[in-house]
Design a binder for this molecule. Structure first.
Ligand SMILES: [Ca+2]
Ligand SMILES: [Ca+2]
Length: 258
């Protein structure tokens, strides 16, 4: 004996951004950073793909660091830098600023490919970042003067595009409760997402199940309810395949049906 109101929410597309640095500006034969493509998917997996024209793979002398200000807050981390990737020919590690120094931390979702020039990590390992600023630097173990910085000064910013999560749903009915012999309409809905934005449902489906008797499928066109003995109704929401919990559930009693 429940009514369902299903609302779909359009998700935005996942994000990709390309950042470039000059070619040929690496000092002392270090890896020459030329391009970083950053992307993320709806599940929060972030990929950094480095293009390094003077390397098909890293030498044993090479290292690359990617510094991340995951909260874009300069007062947290080391000069704002909360995490860093330390990449060599043989491994890619995640480091975290512990207030004193950078320490290697477990990053269960971190994977490296393309000779460690492509890293993927879920934002769950980066303090659930939704937007971060970052910079990349290369160097050589054998020569402290060797290196390349990308960008040359400052940092780049990447905003993740994430699947919206429903925070609240408010539905208004007219009349406020079903009444025997009266058209019962959905007067409007308000969906609020976890980022604080309010969106419109891109589809609405309603169903009322009259306890025990044949179910009455009902749409927002409105329809006369023929006096069920009991109706309960409420709202669920649907976005992509996910269902959020009902936040409105009322019931009323009417006279016996005809
Ligand atoms: Ca460069
Ligand atoms: Ca920070």
């Amino acid at each position: 004996m429940s009514g369902l109101l299903l609302l779909g929410v359009d998700g935005a597309g996942a994000a990709t951004a390309t950042f470039t640095d000059a070619q040929g500006d690496a000092v002392g034969g270090a890896a020459d950073l030329a391009q970083v493509v950053v992307s993320n998917d709806f599940d929060g997996n972030i990929t950094f793909a480095l293009t390094i024209p003077n390397r098909s793979s890293f030498t044993s002398d090479d290292f690359v660091v990617i510094l991340l200000n995951v909260d874009r807050n300069a007062s947290t981390g080391n000069n704002g830098v909360d995490y860093g990737f330390f990449i060599t020919a043989t491994r890619a590690d995640l480091l975290q600023w512990n207030g004193t120094t950078f320490v290697r931390v477990l990053a269960p979702t971190l994977t490296a490919s393309n000779n460690n020039m492509t890293l993927t990590i879920n934002r769950s390992d980066l303090a659930k970042t939704t937007a971060f600023s970052f910079g990349v630097a290369s160097g050589l173990d054998s020569n402290p003067a060797a290196g390349d910085s990308a960008p040359d000064t400052g940092g780049w910013t990447f905003d993740l595009d994430l699947k919206p999560t429903l925070d609240t749903l408010a539905a208004r009915y007219s009349p406020a409760k079903p009444k025997a012999g009266k058209v019962f309409r959905l007067a409007g809905t308000t969906l609020r997402l976890d980022d604080g934005t309010t969106v419109k449902a891109d589809s609405i489906t309603c169903a009322i199940d009259r306890g025990g008797s044949a179910g009455l499928v009902w749409t927002d066109q409105g329809r006369v309810l023929h006096g069920p003995t009991h109706i309960s109704y409420g709202c669920n929401t649907s976005q992509q395949s996910a269902l959020a919990g009902a936040n409105q559930r009322l019931s009323c009693k009417g006279p016996a049906g005809p």
